[in-house]
Ligand binder design. Sequence first.
Ligand code: ADP
Ligand code: MG
Length: 376
Amino acid sequence: MAHLKLTNIKKSYGSVKVLHDINLDIRSGEFVVFVGPSGCGKSTLLRVIAGLEDITGGTFQIDGQVVNALTPKARGVAMVFQSYALYPHMTVYDNMAFGLRLDKGSSSSEVDRRVREAAAILQIEPYLDRLPKALSGGQRQRVAIGRAITRDPKVFLFDEPLSNLDAALRVATRIEIARLHERMADTTMIYVTHDQVEAMTLADRIVVLNSGHVEQVGSPMELYNDPDNLFVARFIGSPSMNILPARIEAAGAETAVVPEGGRRIVVPVPTPSGSSSSAAHLGVRPESLELVDEGQGLFTGRVTLVESLGEVTLVYIDIGRGDEPLVAKLPGEVRLARDSTVSLSVDVSALRLFDGSGRALRGDRAREPELMRNAG
Ligand SMILES: Nc1ncnc2c1ncn2[C@@H]1O[C@H](COP(=O)(O)OP(=O)(O)O)[C@@H](O)[C@H]1O
Ligand SMILES: [Mg+2]
């Protein structure tokens, strides 16, 4: 069991600030995923938690105890990296036992018990006598995870552990990690990835990082349905949410939004105070768009590209806003000729509105989420 609390954590390398006032509360047994663009500070934050990096400011507590000055071992933290870093001349068994044997406290029967237990959890028992070179990439990564399990950590940290694996192995090992989390229900896990699917499927909560600060923390579906800002809206979901420059127009109690390249639409959002007309952004997920009869939709434009992926078809539509097409994700196979004209509509409840600075305008959704999401 380990409850982690990060308060105003700062990290600089010389004059370069990498982490700015990170505040996070991670519950015992929770699976938290850090996502964000390359260089945003994910690994640095993980290494700070592990105790592999000193922090420049702030406090880090585990179960109420300030651990800023404790070593990784004293924190009860184990980390699995992208590169498995196994000893090539040692068997799988010895690789997994190595760290334990260094701890003078463990007897050889205790080491044996822990190695076999970890091997059983990860189903690598048949390979215990092999050298790493006789294993697939996925098996090697399981050995690296097994080695971390033998240390019986309170906190398990993963830094892009699957990114060296090919697509099929990534999926298999991802499922393995989900099972591991179920089996080690008391162990707090933090997992860094840039892979959307890993983040969405593994996380109890996702932390979206951008340039060393936290953009939003929430369950995968909260982030997907209710992004706090344009950054999160663009980052979560694939293909990305369409973001259209728009104007908000208020007439009495009614709020309407006019997206560039689209028609005026009345939305269930109170008008931002202060003006009757303001700049905004309209967010439309590609999967919210549907084809309608020509001229009937919110958007009408010319098809520039059709990508058939089997279970879905991606359609790129020029709605007259420069190079940036509107992207629609339509179920099944959709046959559309390039240059044909299509109309697309969207349920009002699926639209997301952001103010000029990129913050979500939520209307009543925040207060009565179900009601408003089902409306319209
Ligand atoms: N040891 C270091 N010295 C100087 N700068 C570093 C060091 N480690 C990381 N950085 C910088 O910190 C930023 C965040 O890096 P990192 O945490 O590795 O990002 P991510 O894992 O999200 O890709 C980057 O700009 C990187 O160049
Ligand atoms: Mg990294």
